[in-house]
Design a binder for this molecule. Structure first.
Ligand code: HQG
Length: 184
């Protein structure tokens, strides 16, 4: 068993490499974000005291299932800033989705809608509690926005859902947004 501190440190580095900076670890992702598990193992073992079994444990224990393993390859399930196409099929979303953010951001979101910023998509949660956790990463007061996903979908916007249950959209125009009644 690895120490929890090492596990967190390696997991964060894996997110960094698989989402944002494969070059930093001498890795190249394929078009769908996959890299050979052997290559990742080698890169991690040169930087941390971890075995192959430890890395698999990190993938399995990850509270948000941030990584997918398949056919001796690994990728991040979402959150990329590097150019990848996850090749997920658009699906019909639930009637409502949620987005947690800081009250400060709301001032411009209210004017221009939700934009994807540094990521490839706007990230939305299926429930308010998850959106709160996302919001609480930000300093200061937060706000939970309700997205009228049913209307957005019926008016031609597409949604995809990542393998770890994060809902992704190109943008959320302001007419589909409203502060959720449950916001403190
Ligand atoms: C905000 C974490 C001003 C948006 C989390 C957010 C999530 C605007 C920030 C995942 C705006 C972008 C994603 C506008 C959007 N004006 N601010 N027009 N449009 N924003 O981190 O949704 O740990 O890229 O509200 O748990 O906070 O990485 O997105 O505050 O699931 O796996 O711009 O990241 O997961 O921030 O978080 P982010 P997010 P991981």
């Amino acid at each position: 068993m690895m120490k929890a501190k090492l596990e967190t440190e390696v997991s964060k580095y894996m997110s960094y490499v698989l989402r944002h900076a494969p070059d930093a670890a001498g890795l190249t992702l394929d078009g769908e974000g996959w890299v050979s598990f052997d290559a990742l193992e080698k890169a991690l073992a040169s930087k941390f005291d971890v075995s192959r079994a430890d890395i698999i444990e990190i993938v399995e224990n990850n509270p948000k299932k941030r990584f997918a393993l398949a056919d001796n390859r690994i990728r991040a399930n979402q959150g990329h800033s590097v150019d990848v196409d996850l090749a997920l099929n658009p699906v019909e979303p639930p009637a409502a989705l949620f987005h947690g953010t800081s009250l400060t951001n709301w001032q411009s979101i209210e004017r221009e809608g939700l934009k994807k910023m540094q990521r490839h998509h706007v990230h939305l949660s299926a429930d308010v509690d998850t959106a709160k956790i996302v919001a609480m990463r930000r300093k200061g007061e937060y706000i939970i926005l309700r997205v009228d996903a049913a209307r957005m979908f019926s008016e031609g916007h597409s949604f995809i859902v990542s393998d770890n249950g994060v809902w992704l959209a190109e943008s959320v125009p302001v007419q589909y947004l409203s502060p959720d009644a449950g916001t403190p």
